[in-house]
Write a protein that binds this ligand. Structure first.
Ligand SMILES: O=c1nc[nH]c2c1ncn2[C@H]1C[C@H](O)[C@@H](COP(=O)(O)OP(=O)(O)OP(=O)(O)O)O1
Ligand SMILES: [Mg+2]
Length: 211
């Protein structure tokens, strides 16, 4: 039997990791993880992922997969884009809605850009997925799939845990009448920016890209 393909997904975001595992593992791709804090530069979506991936490969000294997630508002020419994490931290779901209050156009695009690199100094390959939707008032669980149980567990047992890092925008991103937060996980992963990007990655792996 052929040995299963493995990817080492470098992320500090447990929710991303669980989605990536849920999407890739049924296809026979094994996902390991290291949580490293990678620099996120200013630049295009592709530049941000390329640099994260290059640094991750240097640190790990081996093959790595990284991802950067963007939420792009069409009325704002693509902003917040790669800076969505800092917007979420500082203004939250209400603030994201307020940013669009002056515009009729509430449409937005969720973008996942994965980078794969075989090791230090090697080329970074990109796999991107985009899902169109719109920004709405928060509906559904307001944490990016963070269960209260786990939240409490972490607060009690791991003081160093950065709570805010998991705050996501699933509850304000609506796709065909449902927010990401209202969908069950299987549905989100089928239609999501991340699911589409990982389809590309899987196809590349199945065509011998990692060999
Ligand atoms: O499907 C998603 N649905 C809703 N929210 C999401 C999703 N995916 C990421 N997010 C949030 C997490 C972070 O606030 C920002 C992306 O920032 P981003 O730098 O890519 O993620 P991160 O710093 O949490 O983890 P990483 O260690 O992989 O960089 O959007
Ligand atoms: Mg990040």
């Amino acid at each position: 039997m052929a040995t299963p393909h493995k990817v080492n997904f470098i992320t500090g975001n447990a929710n991303k990791l669980s989605e990536v595992r849920a999407i890739l593992e049924p296809t026979g791709i094994v996902v390991s993880n290291q949580a490293l804090d990678l620099p996120e530069i200013q630049g295009s979506l592709e530049d941000v992922t390329r640099e994260k991936c290059r640094v991750a490969a240097d640190l790990v000294k081996g093959p790595v997969l990284v991802e950067d997630t963007c939420l792009c508002f069409n009325a704002l020419n693509g902003l917040p884009g790669p800076y969505i994490k800092w917007f979420m931290k500082s203004i939250g779901h209400v603030g994201l809605n307020n940013l669009l209050a002056a515009y009729d156009d509430k449409s937005a695009q969720a973008v996942a850009t994965f980078g794969f690199c075989k090791g230090p100094g090697q080329e970074v390959l990109l796999f991107q997925g985009r899902t169109d939707g719109k920004v709405v008032q928060a509906r559904g669980p307001t944490h990016f799939d963070l269960k209260l149980r786990r939240l409490l567990f972490r607060v009690i047992y791991d003081e160093a845990f950065e709570l805010i890092i998991h705050l996501g925008w699933d509850a304000v991103f609506e796709y065909e009448g449902e927010t990401y937060a209202e969908m069950d996980k299987g549905k989100k992963n089928k239609i999501s920016h991340r699911g589409k990007a990982l389809d590309e990655l899987r196809r590349w792996i199945e065509n011998g890209g990692m060999n």
